[in-house]
Design a protein around this ligand. Structure first.
Ligand code: FMN
Length: 238
């Protein structure tokens, strides 16, 4: 296993050739289990000659999502003081595939990953001057998910996979694969006999060859929920 191909103090940038694959390592534990999965996927993507970049987010995304009305500037830009917008605009928007790597924390994704996803809302808001373009840009990317956990119980990962699946559906981003690796100590995932590092590497290599099918149902979502008559919805759907 190579050392992480990045200095956590410097954000990576695209090389400019190959398909753009952004890998976000969302655990704050450097060289931890989800990080190793991310690194393996990164190596597979490089083998396939993709233009892959990997970065941790915890050194850069420091602020929690708030009520945007309180902190966006006159142009609608995020007013929080950290590098989230930089990552979103220079890496996330141009990426053709995005892979999130997260440890399971209390049967959910890491708070860092959840916060990253939450903060996308500000960037794609119609109140943000570049929001409409940003929303266009985040549609259609290939998406992948890497999980590390102590418990191998299958049910543990289902809520995260289901949530990720829903957000991919909503964003019309094909969810092309997920890999789970088990381990608790730093790096222990490399001992998992099902070889999740190998699977992550393969997923990175094959990201653009995998077809995802049949999950693009949409319903209309007016911005103001009660501006349309929804009284016909039975109570158990409310
Ligand atoms: C705050 C916290 C909550 C955790 N919750 C769970 C959990 O619900 N289920 C589980 O299997 N492991 C849980 N773990 C263990 C981690 O998922 C596991 O050690 C993982 O491999 C860590 O990945 P990392 O090295 O990338 O941080 C938790 C660890 C932490 C720090």
């Amino acid at each position: 296993m190579k050392e992480l191909d990045q200095n956590v103090k410097t954000l990576p940038s695209w090389r400019g050739d190959g398909k753009k694959v952004l890998i976000l390592a969302t655990s704050p534990r450097e060289n931890g289990n989800s990080h190793l999965l991310a690194q393996s996927l990164y190596e597979g993507a490089l083998e396939a000659k993709h233009d892959a970049v990997i970065t941790m987010i915890s050194p850069y995304v420091l602020q929690l999502m708030r009520y945007c009305g309180d902190c966006r500037d006159e142009e609608g830009n995020c007013g929080l003081q950290d590098d989230f917008s930089k990552i979103f605009r220079s890496l996330y928007q141009p990426a053709e595939a995005v892979v999130f790597a997260t440890p399971i924390w209390w049967y959910g994704m890491s708070g860092h990953m959840k916060n990253f996803l939450d903060r996308i809302s500000c960037e794609i808001s119609a109140r943000n001057k570049s929001g409409i373009q940003a929303k266009q840009d985040i549609i259609g990317k290939k998406m992948g998910l890497l999980l590390s956990a102590e418990e191998s119980n299958f049910a543990c990962r289902m809520p995260i996979v289901a949530q990720f699946n829903e957000l991919c559906r909503h964003l019309r981003c094909p969810f092309v694969g997920h890999v789970s690796g088990f381990g608790n100590l730093r790096g222990e995932v490399s001992k998992d006999p099902l070889d999740p590092l190998g699977s992550a590497r393969k997923l990175g290599h094959d990201l653009f060859d995998i077809e995802e099918t049949d999950y693009e149902l949409d319903s209309e979502r007016p911005h103001e929920v009660w501006s349309v008559d929804r009284t016909s919805l039975p109570n158990y759907w409310r």
